[in-house]
Design a protein around this ligand. Structure first.
Ligand code: RB5
Length: 150
């Protein structure tokens, strides 16, 4: 699996740690920045990662900001992206299995390195279950293209 990762300044300190762990799990990871801890705007990096994931079919993304909130909100504005803000292994596993999330988001000011590892184990190691969840995910997709939720 190929992963794309991006952060803002408040998620930058966890980026190298996260990249190394994803590689340890046997995956490829492509760094979309930023290249320093200088202040940046998280929507710019959410957009970069979202577009990379959509352009590379089957790939997934990882986004980190201070809380994980702003960067996940921004990524979810891109049609076709299902960015999940997770806080633990359970939410990271469930969002792959039930929501077919294609971007994992978390907050550097919220979770420690041990939790990050357990979320990556769960997110990278879980397939979408399909079945009853497939129609629900399709409704999310219909909505993001301007249809209603019906
Ligand atoms: C940056 O200070 C902070 O607002 C940002 O990283 C994030 O937490 C926003 O949701």
């Amino acid at each position: 699996m190929r992963y794309y990762i991006a952060t803002d300044h408040a998620g930058y300190a966890l980026k190298e740690f996260t990249k190394a762990y994803v590689e340890e799990l046997g995956h490829e990871i492509i760094d979309l920045g930023p290249d320093s801890a200088d202040r940046v705007d998280y929507p710019d990096f959410a957009k970069k990662c979202a577009e990379a994931v959509l352009a590379d079919k089957g790939s997934h993304g990882i986004l980190i900001c201070g809380t994980g909130i702003g960067i996940s909100m921004a990524a979810n504005k891109v049609a076709g992206i299902r960015a999940a803000l997770c806080h633990d292994a359970f939410t990271a596993q469930a969002t792959r299995a039930h929501n077919d999330a294609n971007i994992l988001c978390f907050g550097e000011r919220v979770v420690g390195k041990g939790v990050v590892e357990s979320m990556l184990d769960a997110f990278c190691g879980t397939e979408f279950e399909g079945g009853r969840h497939a129609g629900r995910v399709q409704k999310i997709e219909n909505c993001s293209f301007g249809a209603d939720l019906g």
